[in-house]
Design a protein around this ligand. Structure first.
Ligand code: S3P
Length: 434
């Protein structure tokens, strides 16, 4: 499937984008190993979270739904998962695979984890290393890539782990394995990554200590089923925050968006660039802060993106690069080498697409320099990456010619219905078979 987007247009209206992907994955995982039922609303019915749901069904967990975002998970307790009949296929989902590794390391059965071509090219050494230190037995394909075989029956040891990179996936993996370890497991990160696992564990009644940048828990406790209200995903809202900022005469209200401080780098960076974004009706749902976000067109200016914002905006850089291309002046990003190991090499994929549309840019090892300019039209390759596809779709709002974005099927991993929602808000987007 491909997107064809006509140039120009304005964005207006009100929308609630689909549920948060990170929180949706975790709701299934923690609900599955809790005692009693967990009721989730606002669950993201995207392919990634659905792959996690299917994996836990395959391990014997009864799960009702999803039905319009409602899911009920009948938890089996920390020791209740059963051996799956076949390999667990996590599709495109790095979060699914890395967090499930932590849970499976402490089981008494063997399991195999696999995924699509993108996931099978992504590094898993970053979770295999700490889990091996904890006593897990994990085999991988060459270079620490999936498929992974996790041998059960190992008694895990608790460790203190200094993460080499700010990564919520690695942090969460170690903490989840820590549930199955004797004693206190702790992690320290070089910078703050999203803290949904810690927040949700507490929501399930599990004690987690956080101070400054160290997080710890003691294994062997139990989780108690609870209710979870998944906020709209700020990573999906980000495309519309940028769209309404760059398109003239635009104004959008995005409702019930998660504004966890570890996720709002995109808003912080856009505001530094001159964006007009305001929070309304701030509230807390199930331990996560949410707000309605109001955004209007603004003249953006290029900036030097503060390095401390990088982990807080890690998934939003493709959209931010589009904002940078529409800004007056130069935007510089450094310290973002993690972008090279996402669903695609996002620095290379974005640089290629920006060049195709006539935007001057210079690729750095750990970032990019983008000169603000004018988008022409052109044909964009996504490297099967959902966020590359959606970013170049919104670029059309400021383009002088039509943009065709190839291979957009993966948009359904995180944002099912993106094209119809974007069209209802003013983007002149149409889909066609590739
Ligand atoms: C995620 C963490 C981030 C992010 C990913 C989701 C999570 O990855 O890029 O989309 O849900 O924990 P890293 O932790 O590897 O940076």
């Amino acid at each position: 499937m491909q997107f064809n987007i006509l140039p120009g247009g304005a964005m207006s209206g009100e929308a609630r984008v689909p549920g948060d992907k990170s929180i949706s994955h975790r709701s299934i995982m923690l609900g599955a190993i809790a005692n009693g039922a967990t009721r989730v609303k606002g669950f993201l019915e995207g392919e990634d979270a659905m792959a996690t749901l299917a994996a836990f069904r395959a391990m014997g967990v009864e799960i009702e739904g999803p039905n319009h975002g409602n899911v009920t998970i009948h938890g089996v307790g920390l020791r209740g998962l059963r051996v799956p009949a076949e390999a667990l296929d996590l599709g495109n989902a790095g979060t699914g695979m890395r967090l499930i590794c932590g849970l499976l390391a402490g089981q008494d059965f063997d399991a195999e984890l696999t995924g699509d071509a993108s996931l099978c090219s992504r590094p898993m050494g970053r979770v295999i290393d700490p889990l091996t230190m904890m006593g897990a037995n994990i085999q991988s394909a060459s270079g620490g890539r999936p498929p992974l075989i996790i041998r059960g029956g190992q008694q895990l040891r608790s460790i203190h782990y200094e993460l080499p990179m700010a990564s919520a996936q690695v942090k969460s993996c170690v903490l989840l394995a820590g549930l199955y370890s004797e004693g206190r497991t702790s992690v320290r990160e070089p910078g703050p990554s999203r803290d949904h696992t810690e927040r949700m564990l507490r929501g399930f009644g599990y004690s987690v200590q956080s101070n400054q940048d160290a997080i710890a828990l003691v294994g062997g406790g139990s989780l108690k089923g609870c209710d979870i209200d998944v906020p709209a995903d700020i990573s999906s809202a980000a495309f519309f925050l940028v769209a309404a900022s760059i398109a003239p005469d635009s104004e959008l209200m995005l409702t019930h968006v998660g504004i966890n401080p570890t996720r709002i780098g995109v808003i912080n960076v856009l505001r530094l660039m001159g964006a007009n974004i305001t929070f309304h009706n701030k509230r807390e749902v199930g331990g996560e802060p949410v707000a309605d976000l109001h955004v209007r067109s603004a003249q953006l200016k290029g900036i030097d993106i503060p390095v401390d914002q990088v982990p807080l905006a890690i998934d939003e850089f493709p959209a931010l690069f589009i904002a940078a291309a529409c800004a007056v002046g130069r935007t510089i990003l450094r310290g973002a080498e993690e972008l090279r190991v996402k669903e695609s090499d996002r620095i290379a994929a974005m640089a290629e697409g920006l060049s195709t549309l006539g935007i001057t840019n210079e690729v750095l090892e750990d970032g990019i320099i983008i000169e603000g300019g004018t988008f022409g039209g052109g044909v964009i390759k996504t490297y099967h990456d959902h966020r590359i596809a959606m970013s170049f779709a919104i670029a059309a709002l400021r383009a002088t010619g039509e943009i065709t974005v190839l291979d957009c099927d993966h948009v359904a991993t995180s944002f099912p219905g993106f094209d119809s929602l974007a069209r209802s808000l003013g983007l002149q987007i149409h889909t066609a078979a590739s």
